[in-house]
Design a protein around this ligand. Structure first.
Ligand SMILES: NC(=O)C1=CN([C@@H]2O[C@H](COP(=O)(O)OP(=O)(O)OC[C@H]3O[C@@H](n4cnc5c(N)ncnc54)[C@H](OP(=O)(O)O)[C@@H]3O)[C@@H](O)[C@H]2O)C=CC1
Ligand SMILES: Nc1nc(O)c(N)c(N[C@@H]2O[C@H](COP(=O)(O)O)[C@@H](O)[C@H]2O)n1
Length: 225
């Protein structure tokens, strides 16, 4: 499976403010680039923190891209994936609507009633029980294997910083593109591109492949080493 991470951050590396509210960091051209990346993916993944903060939909904005996928025998929208150990995704979350398939990676910490509540959203919602990692979260190696078994070969991950930290720690990231917007957000409690406990050694290394000026910022393209 190819794991492609994309996010937008401020020049000081923040994904949003200390209030953890969605923040428009990039502009129209970058949103179109993100739409193109989504269209090329089999599924788009976030952590449950992003679902609770932003209530994202994670579908395509551009109808032509949807039509192009359908003509190629693919679902109109990529599937959606949430890493959600305790099945905290609200039953009325936009990510559970029937615009696309949704895969929820949960663990034993999710009660039967929560799992049932999510599965009850419809046949397009798939709840995958997987092992926990050392921190008690979804073991992402096992989770991604479950997604691969469901036919997902190219996974785009949009964040947030806790999920991205675990993906880097597990060595699961193949590519990273990051839009750097020309603003400072600040705040020690504002989420950054990679949160978690951070690294003191064994830093994930990246190869800078390309740089593109877009809207009032830049996109940096990296391959994992
Ligand atoms: N600018 C941008 O491009 C983007 C910005 N954001 C912003 O990021 C913020 C949310 O980020 P954040 O709070 O870090 O939340 P995340 O979206 O990273 O979700 C973190 C949660 O996911 C669950 N989880 C399950 N398995 C794992 C795992 N293996 N590793 C880590 N987490 C796991 C955990 O909850 P549990 O233990 O209950 O399962 C954890 O608390 C919001 O403010 C949002 O607006 C988000 C995406 C893109
Ligand atoms: N690429 C990008 N640029 C920004 O400026 C952003 N604020 C975000 N945020 C993330 O986009 C997702 C929202 O998706 P939908 O539009 O609801 O489909 C969500 O994950 C945000 O955190 N991304």
């Amino acid at each position: 499976m190819d794991v492609v991470v994309n996010a937008a951050m401020s020049v000081d590396g923040k994904l949003s403010t200390r209030r953890r509210e969605q923040l428009k960091i990039s502009g129209e051209a970058d949103f179109d680039r993100v739409d193109r990346l989504r269209a090329a993916a089999d599924a788009v993944m976030v952590g449950v923190g992003t679902v609770l903060a932003d209530d994202p939909h994670l579908t395509l904005d551009d109808d032509d891209r949807r039509v192009h996928r359908l003509r190629n025998g693919r679902p109109g929208n990529p599937a959606r994936v949430v890493a959600d150990s305790r099945a905290r995704t609200p039953a009325d979350a936009r990510i559970l609507d029937d615009a696309a398939e949704t895969h929820l990676l949960v663990t034993d910490a999710a009660t039967e009633s929560r799992r049932e509540a999510l599965a009850g959203a419809g046949e397009h919602v798939h709840v995958h029980p997987v092992d926990t990692d050392d921190s008690g979260h979804v073991d992402l190696t096992a989770g991604l294997a479950a997604l691969e078994s469901a036919g997902i070969d190219r996974l785009m991950v949009e964040g947030g910083g806790e999920l991205l930290s675990s993906l880097f720690r597990a060595g699961l990231v193949d590519e990273l593109s990051v839009y750097v917007g020309s603003l400072v957000v600040g705040g020690r409690d504002a989420p950054t591109l990679v949160d978690g406990d951070g690294f003191v050694e064994g830093f994930p290394r990246l190869d800078l492949r390309d740089v593109e000026r877009l809207d009032d910022g830049v996109v940096l393209w990296y391959d994992a080493v």
